[in-house]
Design a protein around this ligand. Structure first.
Ligand SMILES: NC(=O)c1ccc[n+]([C@@H]2O[C@H](COP(=O)([O-])OP(=O)(O)OC[C@H]3O[C@@H](n4cnc5c(N)ncnc54)[C@H](O)[C@@H]3O)[C@@H](O)[C@H]2O)c1
Length: 265
């Protein structure tokens, strides 16, 4: 018996990091998972690992900034698993620069991936959530934000603003979707060990340099250690998404949960 037996989840950005750990945990706990990522190979690897462990999953590759990808995700859930219970729009990256060096396009890119993409997925899910709500069960959206949005972080005016937008979206949809029993909550991470927080590696996503400068990473690490905190693993980060997605948390709605080992206080 798993805590998510019979549930159908869409997780974006699930080819790596927190999304991949969430997809594996959800599947271990009985959910059927649509594993979505910009990159096909890592998404298929995650699906392979889930199936090897006896779970159910399907990979859908595509850019979540495109409406067609979000349509394909909903279709994959309905066609393959005949349901739609949980959305986790986790796909994302950052593109850090101080504001005087940042172009408007750098800002808009973050708004597109962290605000517009979750908005699109939710909008497309609405008619299905409404129809399915007649079964009396609670459904979920777990948004993925950052303490760059809730507390601020130098060099991330684009990313922090966009992640704050995801918190606002969560709060509005909480109110709009009370009647159809879709609980909306949001996790905001501090520092999690993933590709996103590795030293700048020359890797790019859609033209943006990902990773953070080694000096900033070291400063972040020292700041945390001094306060008794630590860098979390993707599995620990995924645990918070899972905790908000299980039916035992049906009473939790409209909440922002900071996941940072306690240093954000
Ligand atoms: N790692 C952290 O410390 C941290 C902190 C705060 C918030 N977050 C957020 O957590 C989420 C997951 O990040 P992560 O740390 O696991 O990073 P990650 O780089 O390990 O994984 C992110 C995945 O998203 C995919 N992706 C990126 N843009 C996409 C797009 N446009 N369409 C489809 N897929 C796309 C990438 O290919 C990658 O596989 C992100 O939204 C990130 O902003 C992470």
């Amino acid at each position: 018996m798993g805590l998510l037996d019979g549930k159908v989840a869409i997780i974006t950005g699930a080819g790596r990091g927190i999304g991949a750990a969430a997809a594996k945990l959800f599947a271990e706990q009985g959910a059927s998972v649509v594993v979505s990522d910009l990159d096909k190979a890592p998404a298929e690897e995650v699906v392979g690992a889930i199936k090897k462990g006896g779970g159910k999953a399907v990979a859908v590759a595509g850019n979540v900034m495109e409406q067609s990808t979000n349509e394909a995700l909903i279709k994959a859930a309905l066609d393959n698993f005949k349901g739609l219970d949980i959305l986790v729009p986790a796909a994302g990256f950052c593109n850090d620069k101080v504001i005087q060096k940042m172009e408007l396009e750098d800002f808009r890119l973050m708004v597109r991936v962290h605000m517009e993409a979750p908005w699109m997925l939710c909008k497309l899910a609405y008619p299905h959530f409404k129809e399915l709500s007649q079964d009396g069960n609670y459904r979920r959206v777990v948004f993925v934000a950052s303490e760059a949005g809730t507390h601020g972080n130098a060099g991330q005016s684009n990313y922090g603003a966009a992640k704050s937008g995801a918190v606002g979206l969560m709060r509005v949809l909480t109110k709009e979707w009370l009647r159809i029993r879709v609980n909306c909550n949001c996790v905001a991470y501090g520092f999690v060990e993933t590709r996103l927080t590795q030293s700048t590696s020359g890797q790019q996503i859609l033209g943006a340099n990902i990773g953070i400068p080694e000096q900033s990473r070291q400063m972040g690490e020292q700041f945390m250690m001094l306060r008794g905190g630590r860098i979390l693993t993707p599995e620990e980060a995924a645990g918070a998404i899972f905790a908000l997605a299980i039916p035992q948390a049906d009473g939790v709605n409209g909440q922002l949960v900071e996941v940072d080992s306690g240093i954000g206080l």
